[in-house]
Design a protein around this ligand. Structure first.
Ligand SMILES: *Cc1c(COP(=O)(O)O)cnc(C)c1O
Length: 224
């Protein structure tokens, strides 16, 4: 099947209340455009360089899509990210939140929606906040005081090399943090996004409460 058909099939299968992000790393302009033609309205990029390449390269299509930073955001890439994205899913410290907040006005008029990335499996080689609600909460509270970013929820990658069923308890734990975050009812936030689940795990993630899934290979095919 081609990208167009894959996207159509996935969008038909996934309930309307779940946002599908096309994880477009390594894909070219034509591939991304084809997915947008088939109905994709959210694109996620891991690298700011690719974000820029796609955002510029798709031309008029840019207005039809929301672009998300879904990879680790290095400090020296924040400006470029803000120039080309609409949302940042990988806030993993108070320091990073502060840096992003400070630079937003140069690039965007409205507050930028952000998610806190949680390192749910607590692995050394992964970015994200430790899986501890007190830590998540303390970052969330600091973000509420920032004028130029607005907290909308949580994101996780989950451990690699696990089956979907093995990921279920991690997704469940994320949902627990997400519910707790919502219960805090913090001012100046709009908690509505729990971003988790990829090609191999999206079904389980949705069962466990994901509101947003990030799909790469199942839409675009295997990466080289
Ligand atoms: C690559 C990637 C995805 C999608 O992974 P697939 O297995 O190709 O569906 C989702 N989220 C992030 C952060 C990624 O880097």
């Amino acid at each position: 099947m081609n990208i167009y058909d894959n996207v159509k099939k996935m969008l038909a299968e996934i309930p309307d209340n779940i946002t599908v992000i096309a994880a477009a790393k390594t894909r070219n302009i034509d591939e991304v455009k084809e997915s947008i033609d088939a109905g994709i309205s959210h694109i996620g990029e891991n690298y700011v360089q690719e974000l820029e390449y796609i955002a510029k390269g798709i031309g008029d299509y840019r207005e039809k899509v929301t672009m998300h930073v879904i990879g680790h955001l290095q400090s020296n890439k924040i400006n470029k990210a803000l120039e080309f994205c609409d949302m940042i899913q990988t806030i993993d410290s108070i320091k990073r939140a502060r840096k992003v907040n400070k630079r937003v006005p140069k690039f965007q008029e409205q507050p930028v929606p952000v998610l806190i990335e949680v390192n749910i499996s607590d692995e050394d080689n992964k970015h994200g906040v430790r899986p501890d609600f007190d830590e998540i909460q303390s970052i969330a509270r600091v973000i509420t005081e920032m004028e130029h970013i607005r907290l909308e929820g949580l994101m996780t990658l989950g451990p690699f090399g696990k089956t979907a069923e093995e990921l279920r308890p991690y997704f469940r734990q994320m949902k627990g943090y997400y519910d707790q975050l919502m219960e805090l009812d913090l001012p100046n936030t709009d908690i509505k996004t729990l971003s988790m689940g990829m090609s191999e795990s999206y079904k389980v993630a949705i069962e466990e409460g994901a509101t947003m899934v990030r799909l790469g290979r199942i839409l675009y095919g295997e990466r080289d």
